[in-house]
Ligand binder design. Structure first.
Ligand SMILES: O=C(C1CCC1)N1C[C@@H]2C[C@H]3C[C@@H](O)[C@@H](O)[C@]2(C1)O3
Length: 130
């Protein structure tokens, strides 16, 4: 029914809000575009499912997410991939891992502070009927 489409439109607005609030932060610039496979030829041998903030936005606009949980599964790939591909003790890897952890914290804080639990539940219920 139309009200369901209104709820899912609000979900997309919320998810765009999370994603854009992260994209504007300079420290998260390294997460804003896909890793360049020309620059990193072995990346896809290590990382099964690449993800980045611009791809999250595209997915939102393509109505890929019906719940916050589905969005988080992809969002978490961004920082988990960064931790997995950059595990070494050299300063660059440590810098990337520090920012990956800051990204994880930023996503969790935004959602904890701004997501209404009842709204989230409503999205879950719509997902079950589809
Ligand atoms: O994992 C990443 C991104 C950082 C968060 C996502 N990359 C893999 C490469 C290793 C490191 C140095 C450069 O070679 C640069 O290409 C990358 C990009 O950073």
């Amino acid at each position: 029914w139309e009200q369901e489409e209104d709820v899912l439109r609000d979900l997309r607005l919320f998810l765009r809000g999370v994603t854009e609030s992260l994209m504007v932060e300079r420290r998260f610039k390294i997460f804003s575009k896909p890793v360049d496979i020309e620059e990193v030829p072995d990346y896809l041998m290590v990382i099964k499912k690449p993800m980045d903030l611009s791809t999250l936005l595209t997915n939102i606009d393509e109505h890929k997410y019906t719940t916050v949980g589905e969005f988080l599964e992809d969002a978490e790939l961004i920082w988990k991939n960064a931790l997995e591909y950059n595990p070494d003790s050299d300063p660059l890897d440590r810098h990337i891992r520090h920012r990956a952890c800051a990204l994880k914290d930023g996503i969790q804080t935004f959602i904890r502070d701004r997501l209404d639990r009842d709204f989230a539940k409503l999205c879950e219920e719509i997902k079950e009927t589809r």
